[in-house]
Design a protein around this ligand. Structure first.
Ligand SMILES: C[S@@+](CC[C@H](N)C(=O)[O-])C[C@H]1O[C@@H](n2cnc3c(N)ncnc32)[C@H](O)[C@@H]1O
Length: 201
């Protein structure tokens, strides 16, 4: 039997990639290496790597996502997107390398809270001094949703997996501070999403 694997596609990636790019491009002009956590389809990686050719954009995700990411990387055939690395934030598979920035989109509301704790404990260790930790997604502030649509999304997330949830900015910032990161900026994006940027000080 010949099973063909289809290239995965996320419509939301196409919708959010330009607003994300607008925020992260000026932050990454002086940077060289970026590690992406939870690359998913790989669409963000190829788009951002194309638009910022001075960067080496390293994709990563759990093994099941690799085939799809590789299809996107192969189709674009860029010089600055090495093959994905296998990385679960809660296992001992963190690369033995440092990066100028870590980027992750829409991952911390999918992971269980203990994964988020592991993520924030381990990722900053890989960031060079002056480097950035950049998260995109929906966040709550003072345990309040920022919109009705985020409240509905949170219900949907929890029905799908009771360990998933929109995370509180304050709880994430506390984890980041413990790991030696200082909040540099917080940007409003379309569809009630945000980009949080911490700097390794
Ligand atoms: C909703 S998808 C987002 C994918 C992509 N970043 C995007 O914005 O379209 C959530 C991602 O988080 C990743 N993820 C969930 N738990 C993880 C873990 N423990 N370690 C690493 N990645 C994880 C999933 O594998 C998936 O790629």
């Amino acid at each position: 039997m010949n099973i063909q694997f289809h290239k995965p596609y996320s419509e939301s990636c196409d919708q959010n990639r330009d607003p994300i790019l607008e925020v992260i491009k000026p932050l990454l002009t002086e940077k060289i290496s970026v590690l992406e956590i939870g690359s998913g389809t790989g669409q963000h990686a190829v788009y951002f790597a194309q638009k910022m050719p001075h960067l080496i954009w390293q994709t990563s995700d759990q093994k099941t996502y690799h085939e799809g990411i590789k299809l996107w990387l192969d189709d674009t055939d860029l010089d600055n997107t090495p093959p994905p690395i296998s990385l679960n934030v809660s296992t001992n598979t963190w690369p033995n390398q440092s990066y100028d920035a870590i980027f992750s989109a829409n991952a911390v509301h999918i992971m269980a809270w203990y994964n988020v704790v592991d993520f924030f404990k381990n990722a900053p260790k890989l960031v060079n001094k002056g480097g950035l930790f950049i998260l995109y997604g929906p966040f709550n502030y003072n345990q309040q949703y920022t919109s009705e649509s985020n409240a509905r999304f949170d219900i949907w997330l929890k029905q799908r997996d009771p360990h998933s949830a929109i995370r509180d900015f304050e709880a994430l910032d506390e984890l980041a501070q413990k790991a030696g990161m200082t909040l540099q900026s917080d940007h409003a994006l379309p569809a009630n999403n945000r980009i949080l940027v911490w700097e390794k000080t």
